[in-house]
Design a protein around this ligand. Sequence first.
Ligand code: C5P
Length: 244
Amino acid sequence: MSKKSRLFPKDRIIFPLDLPNLKEAGRFVKLLKNHVGVFKIGLELFVGEGPDIISLAKKESSAKIFLDLKFHDIPETVRRALTAASAYGIDFLTIHCDSGQKLIEPLAKKTCQNPIVLGVTLLTSLSEKDLAEMGIRKELQDPLKLVLHSAKLAKAAGCNGVVCSGLEVKSVKKALGRNFITVCPGIRPLWAIVKQDDQKRFVTPYEAVKNGADYIVVGRPIRDAVNPVDAAKRVAQEIGMALS
Ligand code: C5P
């Protein structure tokens, strides 16, 4: 990614505001605004609190805003939703890539000039066994193959990048070029303890960035740490090490 060299390690940390209400989210925005580069607003907070959370995050910090609603519907509905979302002045948006080019082509090419549009490839909570259970055809049950397949569709449709795990990021960059933005969730520092973890395809911050991740999503290891600021600093240190 061309902007890569201009980003400080902390700028590559995406912190998901996976919190129940505006008050709690605001507390974390204030706490982490100088220690992460992007605040990600997902379903829980946006459904519960609406766009006020975007205004709050923009008012309290200069971090980028990622509206992660993972749109998935018929093309016209998704296109209209993306137009509405873009009006909030956000920096990143997500759409699902598994509905084929017809769904994402019109919106990625025509609608989203400003926000970076990322295609979700395969949730990091899914494993090969889950794919078999979901009826995914045999040759795509290897997560890497499915991720590359989705990433190619996303690129062909005009997406600026994809969300994928740190295990696949190297292959995605190799296949689709270094300017194709990669955002990796499923990040688990060796020192983090996450209770009842649902992530199955995870790597450390160091490994993800070393493999080519432009941004990493780090939620519970920071949110649930005894000292979230220290945890964010440790993640930034690992990113710095991977880049040096
Ligand atoms: O680090 P942690 O597992 O707590 O991060 C959870 C966050 O990562 C959630 O906001 C979830 O939406 C996001 N995520 C994602 N894509 C995935 C897996 C998780 O955006 N494939």
